[in-house]
Design a protein around this ligand. Structure first.
Ligand code: NAD
Ligand code: DAU
Length: 342
């Protein structure tokens, strides 16, 4: 029996991955370990709640006993759990260092003792390369992370590699670009802008709106990870990029068109501190293993808008009733819009 341990499986990508694996591998068992922070939501796993091959464990990856016990039984560990929002890391970095670096260390220590472990997948990010003015980042490029989130992920990325180099834990590292799709927490730009537009609220666009992100559909990311479980080489890094580089201003207009709302909703606001201008990934390495995207960006974005339109039950309570989210939103955006010309 193949057993996959997914950390952070109640979050956006993790929950999509849990469902993807259960769907693609009829005889595999999946355990989700998640602390259920503000970003972890059991609703994301609603579809698999009654699937006997899935087990949900509420717990913290920083807790040695919990982590060790679960890692021991795993054939694959796919480690998504992290603090993930750049703007929050700029407000307060401590939790990012703790979860993303120390939490990864706890899991890697447990992995040293795991008798059946075939792969430990460290989910890293394209942000570890830093801002890329020209060309595309290759797996061998230097890491130049420029915000506390990116730096904590770079620390975890290299720590994971060190456990391969030193102890031969069968680690691989994946560096994906910006994901989009259903169940993404409405602090990230696509769900925030869709849900604001649906309610005629302004869309706070940072700086000049010319920053570029490379969009990857979450199911395409899941397919890449699934392929890598079986076709990767321990110790290697794999970029997973969407090949859809879009300026934020163009993305914003596309969202408004899909929702059917006017450009007057765009509100230019003060820029993010240290805002990386552009990310871009060279994906030749994973393509040689046979991975390709199934989702064209225009279709994927339209489906995503439709998902948020049909699933207000999922995001409306977060945005309207969750006091922590409302506090965060005020702290993040209240001052930002003042004095910036629209
Ligand atoms: P998310 O914020 O939606 O989910 C993170 C999950 O981790 C949540 O369910 C949360 O409860 C859980 N978690 C946090 N701290 C934990 C802890 N101490 N113990 C156990 N669980 C904990 O994040 P996401 O966007 O799904 O990202 C998942 C992973 O993918 C992260 O490692 C992130 O760095 C990486 N990544 C994300 C993107 C993206 O575009 N979203 C792109 C590249 C890489
Ligand atoms: O590149 C991969 C990374 O993508 C992941 O590692 C991170 O976990 C994930 O959060 C994401 O980081 P970004 O900072 O790129 O995503 P975010 O959705 O926060 O912002 C995308 C772009 O949109 C960025 O240039 C900032 C801009 N933005 C964002 C928000 C929230 C705005 O203009 N206004 C906003 O309100």
């Amino acid at each position: 029996m193949t057993h996959v341990l997914v950390t952070g499986g109640a979050g956006f990508i993790g929950s999509n991955f849990v469902k993807y694996i259960l769907e693609m591998h009829a005889d595999w068992h999946v355990t989700t370990l998640d602390k259920l922070t503000y970003a972890g939501r059991l609703e994301n796993l609603e579809e698999v709640r009654d699937v006997p091959r899935h087990r949900f464990v509420e717990g913290d990856i920083c807790n040695r006993d919990a982590a060790t016990a679960l890692v021991q039984d795993a054939d694959f560990v796919v480690h998504f759990a992290a603090e993930t929002h750049v703007d929050r890391s700029i407000l307060s970095a401590g939790e990012f260092i703790h979860t993303d670096v120390f939490g990864t260390f706890v899991l890697l220590e447990a992995a040293r003792q795991a008798p059946r472990l075939k792969r430990f997948v460290q989910i890293s990010t394209d942000e570890v390369y830093g801002s890329v003015a020209e060309g595309a980042s290759r797996e061998t490029d230097e890491l130049r992370p420029r915000n506390p989130y990116a730096a904590s992920k770079a620390g975890a990325d290299r720590l994971a590699y060190s456990y391969w180099a030193t102890y031969r834990v069968p680690v691989i590292i994946t560096r994906a670009s910006n994901n989009y799709g259903p169940h993404q927490f409405p602090e990230k730009v696509i769900p925030l802008f869709i849900t604001n537009a649906l309610h005629d609220l302004s869309l706070p666009l940072y700086g000049d709106g010319q920053n570029v992100r490379d969009w990857l559909h979450v199911r395409d990311h899941c397919a890449a990870l699934d392929l890598l479980l079986e076709k990767s080489t321990p110790g290697e890094v794999y970029n997973v990029g969407g090949g859809n580089e879009v300026k934020n201003i163009d993305l914003t207009h596309d969202i408004l068109t899909l929702v059917g709302k006017p450009p007057s909703l765009i509100q230019p606001v003060a820029d993010r501190l240290g805002h990386d201008r552009r990310y871009s990934l060279d994906t030749a390495k994973i393509r040689t293993l046979g991975w390709t995207q199934a989702h064209a960006f225009a279709d994927g974005l339209a489906e995503t808008v439709e998902w948020y339109t049909r699933n207000e039950w999922w995001w409306r309570p977060i945005k309207e009733q969750d006091l922590a989210f409302r506090d965060y939103y005020r702290q993040q955006y209240e001052e930002r819009g003042k004095g910036v010309k629209g």
